[in-house]
Design a protein around this ligand. Sequence first.
Ligand SMILES: NC(=O)c1ccc[n+]([C@@H]2O[C@H](COP(=O)([O-])OP(=O)(O)OC[C@H]3O[C@@H](n4cnc5c(N)ncnc54)[C@H](OP(=O)(O)O)[C@@H]3O)[C@@H](O)[C@H]2O)c1
Ligand SMILES: [Zn+2]
Length: 361
Amino acid sequence: MTSRPYVLLSCASSLDGYLDDATDRRLVLSNDADWDRVDEVRASCDAILVGANTIRRDNPRLLVRSAARRRRRVAEGRPESPVKVTITASGDLDPSAAFFATGEQLVYAPDGTATPGETVPMGERVDLAAVLADLAGRGVARLMVEGGTGTHTAFLTAGLADELHLAIAPFFVGDSDAPRFVHDGRFPWHAEHRATLVEIRAIGNVALHRYLLSQSEVDRHWLRAAIELSTRCPPSETAFAVGAIVVDAHGDELARGWSRESGGTEHAEEAALAKLDPADPRLAGATIYSSLEPCGRRASRPRTCTELILAAGIPRVVFALREPPTFVDGRGAELLAAGGVEVVELPDLAPAVREVNRELL
Ligand SMILES: NC(=O)c1ccc[n+]([C@@H]2O[C@H](COP(=O)([O-])OP(=O)(O)OC[C@H]3O[C@@H](n4cnc5c(N)ncnc54)[C@H](OP(=O)(O)O)[C@@H]3O)[C@@H](O)[C@H]2O)c1
Ligand SMILES: [Zn+2]
């Protein structure tokens, strides 16, 4: 797998899903407070990408507007504004466009295309995965994609998006000649495989919706929630504090539990699974998130969490920290994998689990 930047799509739309109207004038969808939110997101990114037609139609500057944010970036050793990036098949870009006026720009175009600015030749056609790999090679870790329709559609249908910020303005455009958020297409997120909604915020009368799209971001979201849950465990000198959450294939939470939730030596996974009907058909598509590797050996009870997970028919387990051999030597991950369960370890979240259990480790 080639590494790619974290890809955040950002878009403002009308209630009926349009990004603009059909006139030559740019339609104002956001309000000042929402623009300020977008500015903060821009300031957090290494690069901003728009499609060539947005440059032709809207002539955006794509700069960080706030002087304080620009100063903060410079103090961190970064340029005042992110690198500006565009993709084009035609190469039809005006060198006097605001895009080319300041800062650093990159134009991804097919071989032999004459474009203004620094052009990266991409072979016969511009492949988005290759663009992202090239950006990663230039040190871009976080990319903001600001549209328009063709560009959002291309990133989404290719499954190359981690997060979506959709700001909805409270009015209708009502003209199908206007550009929509996306074109028709086959999207990885549909009725049977939904995106994960993580936030809705009212910004004046604009509604910001924040969704996680990629499996890796969805996994991090739920695993962080499981770690947060583990802080509720009653203290113990002989057992770890663990949180566990069972989530179905649609991204709906089925149950959650934490160590010693109902007293005694109860484990987090056990507490969560005890709240579910073993015949629940949703378990067959579920994932269990556990801050600590499920136990494979256990001093206190007849059944290990590994056995409970296998018996429940849960096909996927995500955890942060391997069970330290403090109390028993677990090997839960190996036993689960041997039982046909997909096991995902996210070790970069392990320090947070160690922190919760610092007295024991
Ligand atoms: N509300 C918002 O948040 C927002 C944000 C941005 C834009 N907009 C609106 O969106 C509209 C523009 O949307 P749009 O779909 O026409 O334009 P777009 O997505 O900005 O640009 C499309 C163009 O990008 C290039 N492109 C896209 N994917 C490519 C690929 N895989 N390989 C090579 N080139 C690729 C092509 O450029 P060439 O044509 O040069 O070959 C293509 O025609 C405007 O009305 C603008 O106001 C709204
Ligand atoms: Zn256990």
